[in-house]
Design a protein around this ligand. Structure first.
Ligand code: R5P
Length: 259
């Protein structure tokens, strides 16, 4: 690993080996999703509690001031919308590496979908991007998903996560599931979990805790933060689990105390 890659990785993964990534890239396939109608206004008070921001290039350019001091993990895959259910996540490259460099990114995020007829397109799209990004010392975070019907099952999520790592991803993002330690143990690169659809705060905090206990290095969470009744309190509570070893109960008490 060269210096640039190491430097970028150290900006993403903090000295304690953990990270809180704030995912706000949803607009690339969901449009103005609830909570991100004014992305800039939502994100600003959350930044002090996030280690990394994960936006799209349009989200970054239009809503985030360039003088912020936070590493950016830029989403560079897309091409389908939430209205196109059969092809959802049949993604290709949406941002050229040159533009990613221009935006001074610390990492890039690329989605793969394993277990669909079009899986090959997403896997080859990601490897193409990994080759480009590696040339400039930029790590790639693989956002892994599995085909409809396969569910959030350790068998399939470990398959997708291991594949992503074997294909060259530096970090893997996947969903938390039962027996999550099996997903972590068989993946040679660090794993962060996605939050998924909004659930009660107590449950989201429990999930974050369980994922860390199982060996995840952190979270890359979106809706469970920005759709919370109190997004600032929620990200503070998530941060306390990831970085301060808070138990779920303590983190939930912190959340409630901030209300
Ligand atoms: C989805 O593909 C996007 O990358 C989201 O940013 C990701 O799923 C994390 O957000 P959430 O916690 O809302 O699932």
């Amino acid at each position: 690993m060269d210096w640039g890659m190491k430097n970028r990785m150290s900006r993403i993964i903090q000295k304690d080996g953990h990270t809180v990534m704030l995912a706000v890239d949803h607009g690339y396939f969901m449009g103005p999703t609830t909570g991100l109608e004014d992305l800039g206004k939502m994100v600003k008070p959350l930044l002090p509690y996030a280690d990394v921001l994960m936006p799209t290039r349009g989200g970054l350019r239009n809503y985030i001031p360039p003088d912020i001091d936070i590493p950016v993990c830029l989403r560079v895959s897309g091409g389908t919308s939430i209205l196109n259910e059969t092809n959802l996540l049949h993604e290709g490259i949406t941002v050229d590496i040159e533009d990613a460099i221009r935006l001074n990114v610390a990492a890039i995020a690329f989605s793969i979908l394993v277990g669909q007829p079009f899986e090959r397109d997403t896997l080859l799209g990601m490897t193409e991007y990994i080759d480009e990004a590696n040339r400039y010392g930029i790590p790639v975070l693989a956002v892994t998903a599995v085909g409809k019907g396969l569910g959030k099952d350790a068998r399939y999520l470990s398959l997708a996560s291991r594949m992503a790592a074997e294909l060259g991803a530096s970090i893997v993002k996947t969903y938390y599931c039962k027996d999550f330690e099996k997903v972590v143990e068989t993946c040679p690169v660090p794993i962060v979990i996605a939050g998924g659809k909004k659930v009660p705060e107590k449950d989201a905090l429990q999930m974050a805790y369980d994922a860390i206990q199982a060996g995840a290095i952190g979270v890359d969470m979106g809706r469970n933060i920005f759709q919370s009744t109190n997004p600032v309190a929620m990200i503070q509570s998530v941060n306390s689990i990831v970085h301060k070893k808070y138990k779920p109960k303590e983190a939930y008490m912190l959340f409630k105390s901030k209300k």
